[in-house]
Design a binder for this molecule. Structure first.
Ligand code: GLA
Length: 391
């Protein structure tokens, strides 16, 4: 793949790329809508990724070819402005903007981006794009940024340039993911641990169910949920509770009569979900997939009932999976309001799972879902190429 993309780069830009950088998308085993609430998450990098090929120019122009869309976009480093027409270029611009905000000295580049992560499916294609860009620039211009700092800057680009108030989970796991490991991350301190995911030993596979309901993160209710959960925490701050990690169900119970019901539900989801993440880490360490399954199913119920970010298509997926004998957990992942879900399914029952679920979706006249069997893959990497663009 790297080799043929290098040739496409040479055709477009009349020279070979100097650096290639790749960054994976992610699944999230459990811990949804907890990252921006300074809580716990348990995501894993996947084997679908975004590539960024680049070389220096002698001016201040950034010229990017998007191989997936067969489109070229140019902008000047002197004037980086938000593009209303081309959403994808804002992720690229945002990284240049964030690096300049850091006072780093950049020059123009020629670039090519290509990825195989489905877009707007809840698998973090945008974070993978940001991470591949920042890591490529870090290598090419020898900026000396550590992966954690790059993850923070990529998030800043998305929050302050693109305008999506996401947490740190997606960018972080894209850097720190490892093969067959999940990343147990405390989003407050950024302390993290790798946890083994021995699914294959149990004959289990990870199936991504793309609902076909696309959700645009920026325009969705994501920012609204974020504000509601912040508002709920404010109530407890008056009682000395500093973060969701300190909030307990008994404290919530005590205040439930004088709290707005919506805020109560949002807070209950975050408190319960933080607890489930910690239990899931223990379950994975013991290869206890029955316990893991139950936690994953409960996470979906809580996202559906308390955080209210599900939709009928994802609920059908969950309900079907709950009843299916060879399924060890299923839930929506990412922001919700459409996008994808994941299920851990026994290899033996996989074909029947997919076929029967397709049939159920068809009966209800839902969009035809897509399935991807994914593997838990490695985190981002970048390296220099030789004069002919080879690794
Ligand atoms: C999106 C955001 C993440 C996280 C999830 C919900 O994927 O990018 O930061 O908040 O939603 O868990």
């Amino acid at each position: 793949m790297e080799k043929s993309l290098s040739l496409v780069f040479a055709e477009i830009h009349n020279s070979y790329p100097e650096v290639v950088s790749s960054a994976p998308g992610r699944i999230n085993i459990i811990g949804e809508h907890t990252d921006y609430n300074q809580g716990y998450v348990l995501p894993a990098a996947i084997n679908l990724k975004n590539y960024f090929f680049l070389s220096k120019r002698n001016d201040d122009m950034v010229c990017i070819w998007a191989e997936n869309f067969k489109k070229r976009k140019m902008f000047s480093l002197k004037k980086i402005s938000f593009s209303k027409q081309n959403k994808w270029i804002n992720y690229v611009k945002g990284i240049f903007w964030a690096l300049q905000e850091e006072g780093l000295d950049l020059r123009g580049i020629n670039g090519l981006v290509w990825g195989d992560i489905p877009l707007e499916a809840g698998l973090s294609s945008s974070a993978a794009l940001e991470v591949s860009i920042i890591q490529g620039l870090n290598a090419l211009f020898k900026l000396g940024l550590a992966p954690q700092r790059m993850a923070e800057l990529a998030r800043k680009a998305e929050n302050d340039f693109v305008g999506v108030q996401c947490g740190i989970m997606d960018q972080f796991v894209s850097f720190f993911g490892k093969k067959n490991k999940a990343v147990f991350l405390d989003c407050e301190t950024l302390e993290h641990e790798l946890v083994p995911v021995n699914l294959e030993r149990e004959g289990l596979r990870v199936l991504v169910f793309e609902s076909g309901v696309s959700r645009e993160l920026a325009s969705s209710d994501y920012n609204k949920r974020r504000n509601e959960s912040f508002q709920a925490l404010e109530i407890f701050k008056k009682n000395g509770v500093k973060s969701y990690k300190q909030l307990t169900l008994s404290l919530l119970e005590k205040r439930k009569d004088d709290m707005d019901e919506v805020l109560l539900k949002r807070a209950r989801h975050v408190v319960n979900e933080n607890g489930r993440v910690k239990k899931a880490v223990e379950a994975l360490r013991k290869d206890d997939f029955r316990l893991l399954a139950e936690l994953i199913f409960r996470s979906h119920e809580s996202l559906r009932d308390d955080y209210e970010v599900s939709c009928p298509e994802l609920d059908l997926f969950y309900e079907f999976a709950r009843e299916f004998p060879g399924c060890f957990g299923a839930r929506l992942i990412g922001a919700g309001f459409g996008g994808s879900g994941i299920a851990m399914v026994k290899q033996k029952g996989m074909a029947a799972f997919r076929e029967k679920l397709l049939e159920e979706a068809r009966k209800r006249k839902f969009p035809r879902p897509k399935f991807y069997e994914i593997k838990i893959g490695k985190g981002a990497k970048a390296y220099f190429l030789d004069k002919e663009g080879k690794g």
